[in-house]
Design a protein around this ligand. Sequence first.
Ligand SMILES: [Zn+2]
Ligand SMILES: [Zn+2]
Length: 218
Amino acid sequence: MLDLLLPRRCVVCGRGGTQLCAGCREDLPRIEPPICARCGAPTEWPVERCRECAGRRLGFASARAAVGYDAAARRLVHAWKERGLRRLSAEVAQLVAERLPPPEVEALTFVPADRGRRLERGHNPAERLALELAALWELPCLTLLDRTRGGRQRGSTAVERRTVRGAFSSRAAAPRKVAVIDDVYTTGATAAAAATALRAAGARRVDAVAFARVLRRG
Ligand SMILES: [Zn+2]
Ligand SMILES: [Zn+2]
């Protein structure tokens, strides 16, 4: 409701007009090749594994994101997720569809929100993004995963890894090839846990797609 009544301002720079102005939209950092074929991290040259993902059991075949998670992307994601500016879901999906090729899958699914967060926000951003992308990519969007215990993790990497392991269960059989949608790829632990649950439910290949990706330096 507030979304309709408030004067529109760019959630990144504050300029009046639209929720994401053309300049800020254009400036969202691109993730361009060369990248790691598996986890999608920018690399010096094309690689199959990188420092970020080598030696990790990730469950997914590939992870890709549309934008680097810099300060501007962070402001956009915050407005989208926490302030409940739902119209931004369409904007975010558009950016993903512009910057990433459609995954070669039979269906999309999404990382489920834990109950507390969903009630607090009134929506699951990952689900909304998946629904918008499903329309753009002309793929079905299936609800396949449940959370087995609370807590979308915040905080340190170590905590995230610990919390996330075995965090999902499947509620239905998964198609052979499926892409799991999330808002932000941080360490890959969430996408990996989702992929593991989807594979246990019958998927042979899982690709992860996120709007933004944390980029590690050096
Ligand atoms: Zn702006
Ligand atoms: Zn990698």
